[in-house]
Design a protein around this ligand. Structure first.
Ligand SMILES: Cc1cc2nc3c(=O)[nH]c(=O)nc-3n(C[C@H](O)[C@H](O)[C@H](O)COP(=O)(O)OP(=O)(O)OC[C@H]3O[C@@H](n4cnc5c(N)ncnc54)[C@H](O)[C@@H]3O)c2cc1C
Length: 563
């Protein structure tokens, strides 16, 4: 009865265990710097499972960390913020009673150690974590209300969980324990409004499953936000995600989520607005929950907007350097032609791609851009390609290769999608691990960010590749390490990268979100007043501080000084 992604993650854990990789072993590194690790074996196992379901190669797998160092909002001498272990035992008993089932399946409440571990720890990062006390699988908004009321009664942390693909420790267990609310069984598409180009669904729907369902029904529409395979609408809304399509379609913070039904920490159910395409009726409360990372409520139903499916094709072009590549992309975007994606990769990435040997070609080992074009007809695609070719050549672009047909387009795009496999090919050691991170700067500052970061990494003898959603100024580094000493150097380099991005008027995260890993940077990025306002909103919506504690909001300054 577990959903496909859950099943595959479980299979992954079993396989990893049988391969003797110490997933349950807390020897592995823990950090607080907003980084995400992988080993070659992890990547291979995960990508195999992911590609079975998604046909897409993927990213990374991580670790298990030490206990969380959560800072409560309560002042010294105040009543403890959370219930006692005894309270939590009573809460679990009450949850089991509330969701008692006569059926043969596993039921909706699980205290199975494997389930607790799978939900409390993450394959995708190194952040501190702990076991949840219990995992509950709601099937309706009413079920969520029941869970929240029990959590409030026993002062128990509530950690919403959907696809489990977030990479900054977002769904990690809290040190006191808590209730993990796994939304994956709420994965129904409720209504499709083809005429209105929107769709109403439960939050456990995966974006890829929605697009497949639309295709199967012959409806020429799709949902264009494209984060990790396995990500769901609830998690995507809650992380403020985006992906390669952001150049054309923007991010979760655009108008792709029209409304959301949310169970608040009080147990009250609200709907943020109607299904109308636009509304100026007061605050945009849908947006309050976009990027709230499960700290303000649990989303139980969403209306998403859809875009028309258009034919696409792929081209690749090489450049003398990153600056010219970035300027070329900006210039090409300003032509107003149909560019859906513009992905910058550096010379090391192209070297890694050649070394990896999965590509159909041997590429020049130069900074390059993968373009995906879209248009209503083959002629429109050809016209776009011509315009882009002319523009990029003005900026020193060379070797412009346009896919001849759909198959070749797929092959070219696969070279970009195989980023992590290719990066891992740089080190011939099965113990190599990979650590991914994301920052974003104004596009014109991207070359400086990339050049300074490359110099820094090279100076410190760190192996890496660079991939960026260049049209958005969104930069991802995939950094390799093998030993604990190398790992320390990598974590420090990532810290410098984030500070460099903030100094360039950028952000500590363009799309992955804050979780545990990036919360220490919010104050320097946003300013004290802004962070204070965020905390005041949190305290007024969730006065007991039960929802996903320890994530998103920076610890109080006093506590930071004590630390
Ligand atoms: C291979 C790979 C590639 C990736 N590529 C990208 C990319 O290109 N762009 C990008 O933006 N991200 C990317 N990511 C990160 C990840 O896919 C996104 O952060 C995604 O939006 C998370 O969705 P999820 O369903 O997995 O959420 P989860 O990981 O389950 O949860 C994320 C957060 O949302 C909260 N939450 C979940 N469900 C609910 C709910 N119903 N109500 C309230 N809160 C909820 C959780 O508490 C948590 O804080 C990638 C990850 C991987 C592994």
């Amino acid at each position: 009865m577990l959903k496909t992604n859950v099943f595959h993650h479980l299979q992954f854990f079993r396989r990893v265990r049988s391969q003797g990789i110490a997933l349950g072993n807390r020897r592995l590194y823990s950090n607080t710097s907003g980084t995400s690790p992988l080993t070659r074996s992890h990547v291979v196992a995960w990508v195999l499972t992911a590609s079975l379901t998604a046909g897409i190669t993927g990213y990374k797998l991580g670790h298990i960390g030490a206990s969380s160092t959560f800072t409560p909002y309560t002042a010294p001498g105040e009543k403890p913020r959370f219930g006692t272990p005894r309270d939590f035992q009573l809460a679990v008993v009450e949850l089991k009673r509330a969701f008692a089932s006569d059926s043969e399946d596993e039921g909706q409440v699980s205290t199975d150690p494997e389930e607790l571990e799978r939900h409390g720890f993450s394959m995708y990062d190194y952040h501190p974590s702990a076991f949840h006390n219990v995992v509950v699988y709601p099937r309706s908004t009413e079920d969520v209300v029941k869970i929240v009321n029990i959590a409030r009664k026993y002062l128990m942390p509530v950690i919403p969980y959907s696809g489990g693909t977030s990479v900054e420790g977002h769904t990690r267990g809290h040190s006191t324990g808590g209730i993990c609310v796994d939304m994956s069984q709420m994965d129904a598409i409720i209504e499709i409004h083809e005429q209105d180009s929107d769709l109403v669904c439960q939050p456990g729907c995966q974006w890829m499953a929605i697009n497949e369902a639309l295709q199967k029904k012959g409806i020429p529409l799709f949902f264009p936000l494209d984060p990790g395979p396995g990500a769901t609408i609830g998690g995507m809304l809650s992380t403020g995600c985006s992906g390669t399509n952001a150049v054309r379609y923007g991010t979760a913070r655009g108008e792709w989520f029209l409304n959301a039904t949310v169970v608040l920490p009080s147990g009250e159910v609200i709907k943020t607005r109607s299904r109308a395409r636009k509304s100026s009726a007061g605050f945009d409360l849908t947006k309050l929950f976009i990027g709230a990372e499960g700290t303000l409520g649990i989303v139980t139903e969403v209306t998403i907007r859809l875009a028309p499916v258009l034919p696409t094709t792929v081209a690749i072009v090489h450049f003398p350097d990153v600056k010219q590549a970035t300027e070329a992309v900006t210039d090409a975007l300003n032509q107003g032609v149909g560019i859906q994606c513009a992905e910058l990769v550096d010379d090391r990435f192209m070297h890694a791609t050649n070394l990896n040997g999965m590509s159909m070609r041997k590429w020049p080992e130069r900074d390059s851009v993968f373009f995906k074009f879209q248009g209503p007809s083959p002629t429109a695609l050809r016209d776009t390609a011509q315009v882009v070719k002319r523009v990029v050549e003005r900026h020193g672009g060379f070797g412009f290769t346009l896919a001849k047909d759909e198959k070749e387009a797929g092959n070219l795009w696969a070279d970009r999608k195989n980023a992590l496999f290719s990066t891992l090919a740089l080190v011939d050691d099965p113990n190599v691990r990979i650590l991914g991170t994301d920052v974003c700067v104004p596009v014109s500052n991207l070359p400086q960010l990339i050049l300074e970061t490359k110099e820094d990494l090279v100076r410190n003898n760190i192996l890496f590749t660079i991939v960026g959603h260049v049209g958005d100024g969104n930069f991802h580094a995939a950094i390799l390490f093998t030993t604990p000493t190398e790992r320390v150097a990598v974590v420090e380099a990532v810290h410098r990268l984030v500070e460099r991005a903030i100094a360039l008027d950028g952000t500590c995260t363009g799309e992955h979100g804050v979780g545990i890993g990036k919360k220490q940077y919010l104050r320097s990025e946003l300013g004290k007043g802004t962070v204070q306002l965020m905390k005041r909103i949190k305290e007024s919506v969730d006065p007991l501080g039960l929802f996903n504690p320890g994530k998103l909001y920076p610890d109080d300054e006093d506590d930071e000084h004590k630390a």
